[in-house]
Design a protein around this ligand. Structure first.
Ligand SMILES: [Zn+2]
Length: 375
């Protein structure tokens, strides 16, 4: 980024400088999504808690309505007055840092947040599959190995500095593109190829929060929603598993929580790729009122929410990001303004290109043609 753009960008994170952008957030809400919070004692790498605290201070000082996810849904559905530039926080998966690091910060500000939990993970039945992959790439003593995944032979060379996290991510992304059964086979083959014995229970940095912690936080304004049993990409599962993952996690959460949030969070959650009408139909049958996605990142509006009967089952969220500036830009309307300007420029360019194409198709004006013919 050039220094002028960088300085302008920094300036637009200063509270008063963001105020003129408020009109572009009229009738829109930001549903933010967070994952892990840094917890050095457990070796957890994630968002610096100071960044979260600073974000909440900004929202308080600038008087943003920070409300629960359910309040956003009710406003969008017209059951309660709509809120301008409302912000709701969601956290995915139910890891231990979300209870021990994030929840106390929300409680400190008396702000609500919704944590979507993987119920088999909280039940201690398994640890998250991508954590297992990360652990294996980190702890293997092999310098190189190859793994079969969905018919492909993937070769990994771990010698290069910083290669392990990158290669682990590569393997995870490949896992998301094969069937659930192939993914599980692939993770098992990885353990054999990397010669890593996985502990039955996750190490401290990959631990879930407990159901007791969940109930304790419920009493202090944090709510909990279902996020499947084992976090498969639902579109990669068969009919029976897709239904079991949704219904099972809702049943377990309902048995443990006193006020479960009837809004599902799709694992991985890319709209148009990771879930479809089959999942929406299951959610409807269970009486859930909607679902949130992970992609595309977008601000939700009443118009979008009411655009089709299925729209409440694919409500977009915004990634919290890694720094304060990005956060301020996303909730204040700076990013949306940038996005609108960029779209406008792209449309103008496309219109100009079309006009030029049309002009070429029609050939030169008739007078020019007459002139050239005369030469
Ligand atoms: Zn998740």
């Amino acid at each position: 980024m050039s220094s002028i753009v960088q300085r302008l960008s920094d300036l637009l994170a200063v509270p008063w400088a963001t105020r003129p952008f408020a009109p572009v957030m009229r009738g829109r809400a930001s549903i933010l999504v967070l994952h892990r919070l840094a917890d050095p004692d457990r070796g957890i790498v994630g968002l610096d808690p100071r960044v979260l605290r600073r974000a909440l201070e900004f929202l308080r000082r600038e008087r943003y309505p920070v409300v629960s996810l359910e309040r956003i849904f009710r406003g969008l559905a017209g059951e309660e007055p709509p809120l301008d530039r409302a912000v709701a926080f969601t956290l995915d998966d139910g890891t231990i840092d979300q209870a021990d690091v994030a929840a106390p910060i929300f409680a400190e500000f008396d702000y609500p947040a919704t944590i979507f939990v993987i119920t088999d993970f909280l039940d201690g039945k398994s640890w998250c599959w991508w954590h297992r992959v990360e652990y294996m790439f980190e702890s293997t003593r092999r310098r190189q190995f190859s793994v079969q995944l969905g018919g492909d032979e993937l070769a990994y060379h771990l010698d290069e500095a910083g290669a392990r996290p990158r290669l682990a991510r590569h393997f995870m992304e490949r896992c998301k593109r094969v069937s659930e059964a192939e993914k599980l086979q692939g993770v098992e083959r990885l353990a054999a190829a990397a010669e890593v014995e996985l502990p039955e229970r996750p190490p401290a940095r990959y631990a879930p929060m407990s159901w007791d912690a969940l109930r304790a936080w419920e009493a202090r304004g944090i709510t909990f929603g279902p996020h499947s049993l084992t976090h498969p990409v639902l579109s990669r599962t068969d009919d029976a598993q897709s239904e079991r993952e949704i219904a099972g996690s809702w049943a377990r959460l309902s048995a443990e929580a006193s006020r479960p949030v009837p809004i599902f969070c799709y694992p991985n959650g890319h709209t148009g790729r990771d879930f479809g009408p089959r999942e929406v139909s299951t959610l409807r049958q269970l009486g859930l009122r909607g679902a949130v996605t992970n992609w595309p990142h977008n601000w939700v509006s009443a118009g979008g929410f009411r655009s089709s009967p299925d729209a409440p089952f694919a409500v977009p969220r915004i990634d919290f990001g890694a720094d304060h500036r990005g956060f301020v830009h996303s909730v204040s309307g700076v990013w949306r303004t940038k996005h609108m300007v960029r779209t406008h420029i792209e449309m103008s360019r496309a219109e100009l290109a079309l006009a030029a194409q049309e002009a070429r198709r029609q050939g030169p004006p008739s007078s020019a043609r007459a002139g050239s013919g005369a030469v």
